[in-house]
Design a protein around this ligand. Structure first.
Ligand code: GLA
Ligand code: ZN
Length: 671
């Protein structure tokens, strides 16, 4: 769908499940969806039971009608493969498709996203269904994308998986000795004599405290194995549909910062990225921005599809508050501002039964167009029509990057110590928010990505330094880049084995420091440091470090380590490497990153009042400045360059002032 000649505008639509309704209602749905300017529907997301009532029988008659219906009404189709929930007969006849949970409990039929990723039965039938769908509908030229399964995720600890895990390990390590070494099994006499000794690490085996593990090595490998196993399910279907319809791009809907799946690896097998965005009303908008940038980043900056969002409410939060007037529009444009080329919803129409019947939809239970939500959806649809193709394919140009790495996430969150409050994503957000609040464009990059285009690279909690990543960082800093990392970095290798000789291990020469000890501060305890005249708190973790060439920029002010550096800078080659030895507050992250950007020559997209976000996307049609007012009150923005607001056709001179209503949006096509 992305970068396809079939697409001439920001596609607008989402999940539509007419099979849950009597056929007589379908034409009225079409009238309403057209009225709302919907032009793409995601079909067939959960219809496996209907399409395959038993082992031999396939029945596409109803789906045929649905395909015809939406085609007749001129809509594009995002065609799902329906494998996100298996049919009841399959669970009854082939219990190997049922997952086993972390606690060892074998599931029965029920719920969804519940198939064992290593079940041969699941592979066989999922492949067959995907292939049949592709063969049957290959001549529909309004299919703009394949949507494989739905929100792949979760974990399985069944016997199938345990066996497959042993094979995966054999393939990775070749010998049991290599496994023992990688996992340091001499600890607690865990030595394995044979691959057959290895069991899945779950509640019955290595579980330790809330969500930790006694053996990080095996648990980390199981995370990788599980993510790859589920990816394999996606790839089985990818191959099946791709063989029949090589020109239709293929995706699956991701979930942003979803821990169980290494999306950087997944992205390699996706033709374009699509993802489902469900922030709560209270979520800071910068967190949503970070997730959009992450979803753009895993595919090297290519535009992505916003596959789902709710038009109004969800059904699964503790408090399913309404999106306030204007918020659906604002958040839709926030997605576009960060790289989305579609705006899509779950769902077109509320069901009458089961757990999502109160989930927001374009067509409410009232069944007509006279609702607030419908009016807002229709108004946005009309606006997107007016924008047309102008912003499609536009890229974000960032000089600053934040490193995000799933292995680091897993390893940090699995580590026993130093603090229960240590969470990888929190520190990522701290830095991201600081940059976003200043309208500094950020690329969220992985450790495989090239660093040479950036002036500033921040790697919060680079706990695990994978082979050669230190080399990449060394080259980046030597060539003049600015690198920033934090406490709990450089500790371990890719197996979570400590790099001995002093922390931060392989990063030590780049940073010019030696971290001798690490103090964890209970919630109510704080230290402090004074940086460029301002006193900031030091919380959660305080590293006790010695400089080895680096300059100490400020020092702790309390406790027995008062006077030891809290922030250091090392001149290394042409560049600089900073080490932030503690967690601080929002003000610090903002002040510190502002200084870094100034030093590195990185300018914000625009200076705006608080809570007004500004991003820029560029394509052959020009540069588009997105202004998003997350505040409830009107805000004024000064425009250094002239341009036209493509939402209102109002022109602005350079130096002109633009008023943004509360929750308002402007998209200025710059002159
Ligand atoms: C997910 C799923 C949808 C639906 C929504 C509800 O994103 O993909 O099928 O359940 O959540 O918010
Ligand atoms: Zn399994």
């Amino acid at each position: 769908m992305i970068e396809s000649s079939k697409v001439k505008k920001i596609l607008y639509g989402g999940d539509y499940n007419p099979e849950q309704w009597p056929e007589e209602t379908w034409e009225e749905d079409m009238r309403l969806l057209k009225l709302a300017h919907i032009d793409v529907v995601t079909l067939n997301v959960f219809s496996w039971a209907m399409l395959q009532p038993d082992e031999e029988t396939y029945d596409f008659s109803k789906l045929d009608k649905i395909m015809e219906l939406v085609t007749k009404h001129g809509m594009k189709i995002c065609l799902a493969t329906s494998t996100g929930a298996h049919p009841a007969w399959m669970a009854r006849k082939h219990p190997d498709i049922l997952r086993t949970e972390f606690n060892g409990m074998k599931r029965k039929f029920g719920s969804r996203h519940n198939s064992c990723p290593n079940s041969p039965t699941y592979h066989k039938y999922a492949r067959a269904l995907a292939q049949k769908l592709a063969e049957r509908y290959k001549n529909y030229d309004n299919i703009v994308a394949w949507h494989i399964s739905n929100e792949f995720g979760g974990e399985c600890y069944c016997e199938n998986c345990e066996k497959a895990f042993r094979k995966w390990l054999q393939n990775k390590y070749q010998t049991i000795e290599a496994v023992n070494q990688a996992w340091d099994t001499a600890f607690w006499g865990h030595t394995f004599y044979d691959f057959e000794d290895i069991v899945a690490p779950n509640l019955l085996s290595e579980h330790f405290a809330s969500n930790r593990t006694t053996f990080q090595g095996i648990s980390l490998d199981y995370k990788r194995f599980n993510s790859e196993s589920i990816l394999n399910c996606y790839r089985i279907e990818y191959d099946a549909v791709h063989a029949v319809t090589p020109d239709i791009p293929i995706t699956t809907n991701l979930m942003g910062t979803y821990q169980p799946l290494d999306y950087q690896m997944w992205a390699k097998y996706m033709d374009f990225i699509s993802w489902d965005n469900y922030p709560s009303n209270e979520a800071p908008y910068e967190e949503t921005a970070m997730r959009h940038d992450l979803m753009r980043g895993i595919k090297q900056g290519k535009p992505f599809a916003l596959m789902e969002q709710t038009p109004s409410v969800t059904n699964w939060l503790p408090y399913n508050s309404l999106k306030r007037p204007g918020v659906m529009r604002l958040w839709s444009y926030q997605a576009v501002a960060h790289g989305a080329d579609t705006v899509m919803f779950f769902q077109m129409k509320r069901s009458i039964g089961a757990c999502e019947k109160y989930h927001g939809a374009v067509i409410d239970h009232a069944g007509h167009e006279n609702t607030r939500v419908f009016r807002e959806v229709a108004a946005l649809g009309a606006e997107l029509e007016r924008i047309g193709a102008r912003t499609l394919g536009a890229r974000t140009k960032a000089q600053a990057a934040i490193v995000f790495d799933w292995d680091n996430w897993w390893a940090t969150d699995y580590s026993a110590g130093p603090s229960v409050n240590l969470h990888y994503c929190d520190e990522i957000i701290n830095y991201y928010k600081a940059l976003n609040d200043q309208n500094i464009s950020v690329d969220m990059i992985g450790v495989e990505d090239d660093l040479s285009g950036y002036q500033l690279v921040i790697a919060p909690i680079l706990y695990m330094v994978k082979p050669e990543y230190d080399e990449k960082l060394r080259a980046f800093v030597q060539a003049g880049g600015t690198f920033v990392t934090t406490f709990f970095s450089g500790y371990v290798d890719e197996h979570d084995l400590v790099t001995v000789g002093g922390y931060p291990g392989k990063l030590r020469d780049i940073l010019g420091i030696w971290v001798e000890e690490e103090d964890a501060l209970p919630d109510e305890t704080r230290n402090s440091f004074t940086y460029e005249g301002t006193v900031y708190p030091a919380v959660m973790i305080c590293d006790l470090l010695h400089t080895e060439g680096a300059r100490a920029l400020c020092a702790y002010e309390k406790d027995f380590y008062a006077g030891m550096p809290a922030l250091t800078c090392n001149d290394f080659g042409e560049g600089k490497a900073y080490y932030v030895a503690t967690r601080s507050n929002e003000q610090f992250y903002r002040d510190f990153t502002r200084k870094l950007c100034r030093e590195a020559g990185i300018a914000p997209v625009l200076d705006t009042p608080e809570k007004v976000e500004a991003t820029k996307r560029v394509n052959d049609n020009g540069s588009f400045l997105f202004l998003l007012n997350h505040d409830d009150k009107e805000q004024e923005v000064a425009l250094p360059e002239g341009g036209v607001d493509i939402l209102t056709d109002v022109s602005y001179e350079a130096g002109g002032k633009l008023k943004l209503a509360g929750k308002g949006v402007a998209i200025i096509q710059l002159d």
